[in-house]
Design a protein around this ligand. Structure first.
Ligand SMILES: Cc1cc2nc3c(=O)[nH]c(=O)nc-3n(C[C@H](O)[C@H](O)[C@H](O)COP(=O)(O)OP(=O)(O)OC[C@H]3O[C@@H](n4cnc5c(N)ncnc54)[C@H](O)[C@@H]3O)c2cc1C
Length: 309
């Protein structure tokens, strides 16, 4: 049994979600190969070769993969993947962009967002916004799987010494082209990788008031997230959204401020180790999942908390 893991990267560094995906592969068992598809990815391949448990790194270094357009990467993965028992990618925007195309090309079902491995062919995945967990068994010859990073503790980034092999195949489907990107610049940690997340909801009232959360987050070394209501109201950009249709986070500490606790929000954060809720409504459902709850006006509580940190 050999498993192919698609590395998540930006042509420079391996994204942390790759380590969680390799952890899922290790639970399945067997040899683990990692595919690095991109352009100028020498450093990424080197880093991937050091990941604990990886025996081989395949490097497809080509202009066609420079921006990892799924139209180009998917045919590459489908071609290479035929020889594997499993193909895994993190359930990130990128993984979710590529793997369904791979599954279609291989004529198999995709198994989405697994949170645990029961055996080589049986996996658990949340459904109904995390309110039920389905156990899925697959008899597909190649199992195409996206992995919810929060379900698996990452393997060590160092310690391995995998062989690195170049892959010549270049697929340029010619049906899409990269136009540009606008990257949010922030000195704060990335939301899905942060150990502490401070999130604000509709209770923040406007975008300017998020400055209170930024100040607290900076003292805590935390990332800042938001509910969908806060995003839809234009308080903050949508890459900050936590929840069913946003990002899934499971930090050591999640502080929900002025967030009611709708199931779609809980779907994105309820696996956090410690949950703190600050809400002026003692009946707010967020208190049902919170380890610590403070019934208070956030505009008084947050500045006070910031002073104490
Ligand atoms: C298909 C679908 C997908 C969705 N996906 C997501 C998702 O990914 N993420 C997400 O978050 N939501 C999602 N939603 C929306 C979700 O149902 C809720 O509408 C949303 O989470 C509510 O956001 P909120 O808690 O900020 O706002 P509200 O529910 O309006 O809650 C605001 C809270 O702030 C408190 N508050 C107000 N003022 C103060 C104050 N001064 N001090 C302290 N507390 C105060 C109030 O008591 C209240 O509890 C989705 C909905 C659907 C239908």
């Amino acid at each position: 049994m050999t498993i192919l893991v698609i590395a998540e990267h930006d042509n420079k560094v391996v994204a942390p979600a790759t380590l969680n995906t390799v952890a899922a592969a290790a639970k399945i068992g067997g040899d683990i190969h990692v595919l690095v598809a991109g352009q100028g990815v020498g450093a990424v391949a080197e880093a991937a070769a050091k990941i604990a448990g990886v025996s081989k790194v395949l490097v497809a270094d080509n202009a066609a993969y420079a921006h990892q357009l799924p139209e180009n990467v998917a045919p590459l993965v489908a071609e290479l993947g035929k020889g594997y028992s499993h193909i895994l990618a993190a359930a990130t925007s990128n993984g979710k962009n590529i793997l369904p195309r791979v599954a279609a090309a291989l004529d198999v079902d995709q198994i989405s967002e697994i949170i645990s491995v029961e055996s080589a062919d049986t996996f658990k995945r949340p459904i109904y916004a995390g309110n039920a967990i389905a156990t899925v068994q697959s008899n597909a010859a190649v199992k195409v799987i996206t992995v919810r990073a929060t379900g698996f503790d990452p393997v060590a980034a160092e310690g391995g010494s995998a062989a690195v092999e170049a892959v010549g195949a270049a697929h340029d489907a010619g049906i899409s082209s990269f136009v540009g990107e606008e990257l949010a610049k922030s000195d704060r940690p990335e939301l899905t990788a942060a150990k502490i997340v401070v999130s604000g909801g509709r209770g923040m009232q406007n975008g300017d008031n998020f400055k209170h959360l930024y100040a607290l987050a900076d003292k805590l070394g935390a990332a800042v997230g938001a509910s969908r209501a806060a995003v839809d109201a234009g308080f903050v950009p949508n890459d900050m959204q936590v929840g069913q249709t946003g990002k899934i986070v499971a930090p050591q500490l999640y502080i929900a401020v002025g967030i009611s606790g709708a199931i779609q929000h809980l779907a994105g954060m309820k696996d956090s180790k410690v949950i703190v809720a600050i809400n002026k409504d003692e009946e707010a459902p967020i208190f049902q999942v919170a380890d610590y709850g403070l019934v208070a006006d956030l505009f008084e509580a947050i500045p006070e908390l910031e002073k104490l940190v």
